[in-house]
Design a protein around this ligand. Structure first.
Ligand code: TYM
Length: 329
């Protein structure tokens, strides 16, 4: 049996990218493997959220996980900060993580650009904490979207380095995972880049049908294909990427054919896309509304999750301490 782990930062409601990048793949695996899914609230502190919002967001994300199909009876669902062992493991791993390699990560360079007045140590050591999240359970598979590929590469590097330095075969090398094989990047509806929580280009699991239709109808397009089989510009390819995620292969083939014949009408494509997105989101949204106010249930899920996660994490940490030479007198 493999150990699978994934997580999402608690910086706001989950969007289609989070769903197709991480949640959906994880939900499919939870019955077969040893599975951990967590809410990365320590990681979200790197952007200094309002303390009141942090708590609300953790609660919302938990309800969204459960509504999307995570089953607390089979998977371990927990909040990162409920497992303090991860902070110590991150500290220990940081002794073998080099400033140069962390400064070169794309996510760090991105953040420097986005928040030049808040380049904190947490941002730099973000991949170390992420490696600790994964290595504390000695996970081998990590369902993530394409944007996390580099972080997983670093996790493998830290694991290898640790094993080599201490001459042990302790940490496994984890692999990113999706069912199709290819890691997915759900684009935003603004024509460029990826869908994100704070980019203003997202469709959220809590969006109403009307909001979804409105957002999709406003998505950026161009003036249309000019010759049969002409190459697809990025803005249109983006709509097709989302279509592939939410629609049937027949629907995708139908619109691809229309594109190739220069007969596509973007209005029709968008209407179809909106309805198929609603098909994915509406049932999840309805379950969120059922779950979100059941405080007793949510707190039970997290209590049980924290206990199971700490057991796994504590065992790894004890071994890491021993390997590194931290022993009781
Ligand atoms: P976060 O919160 O940015 O995103 C959570 C998950 O959603 C995926 N994702 C996407 N996938 C496809 N298209 C998109 N537009 C898109 N946007 C987000 C991400 O790839 C990710 O899988 N560092 C992580 C959280 C984390 C974590 C971990 C994940 C912390 N420790 C350990 C796995 C294992 C993050 O910021 O994800």
């Amino acid at each position: 049996m493999e150990t699978v782990l994934s997580g999402i930062r608690s910086t706001g409601n989950l969007h289609l990218g989070n769903y197709f990048g991480a949640l959906k793949n994880f939900v499919k695996m939870q019955h077969e493997e040893r599975c951990f899914f967590f809410i990365a609230d320590y990681h979200s502190l790197t952007t200094h959220p309002d303390p009141k919002m942090l708590h609300v967001n953790v609660k919302n994300v938990l309800a969204e996980y459960l509504a999307a199909g995570l089953d607390p009876e089979v998977a371990t669902i927990y909040v990162q900060s409920d497992v303090p062992e991860v902070a110590e493991l991150s500290l220990l791993l940081s002794m073998h993580a080099y400033v140069g390699e962390l400064e070169r990560t794309t996510s760090f360079k991105d953040k420097i650009r986005k928040q030049p007045n808040n380049v904190n140590i947490g941002l730099l050591s973000y991949p170390v904490l992420m490696a600790a999240d994964i290595l504390q359970h000695r996970a081998t598979r990590v369902p993530v979207g394409k944007d996390q590929e580099q972080h997983l590469e670093l996790t493998r590097r830290f694991a290898r380095r640790f094993n080599q330095l201490y001459q042990v075969d302790f940490f496994p090398e984890c692999q990113p995972y999706t069912f199709g094989g290819e890691l997915i990047k759900i684009p935003g509806l603004d024509g460029t880049g990826k869908m994100g929580k704070s980019e203003g280009n997202g469709i959220f699991l809590t969006d109403s049908d009307a909001a979804i239709r409105k957002k999709v109808m406003k998505a950026v397009t161009d003036s249309g294909p000019t010759a049969p089989d002409s190459p697809m510009p990025e803005v249109i390819a983006n709509l097709f990427t989302i279509l592939k995620a939410v629609s049937t292969p027949d629907t995708v083939a139908h619109y691809t054919e229309l594109w190739n014949r220069c007969e596509i009408r973007y209005g029709d494509l968008k209407k179809q896309l909106a309805e198929d997105i609603i098909g994915v989101i509406a049932p999840i949204r309805e379950r969120i509304q059922d779950i979100i106010n059941d405080e007793a249930y949510l707190s039970r899920v997290l209590k049980q999750g924290a206990e199971k996660a700490r057991e796994s994490s504590g065992a790894t940490l004890a071994e890491v301490r021993r390997i590194m030479g931290i022993k009781p007198f």
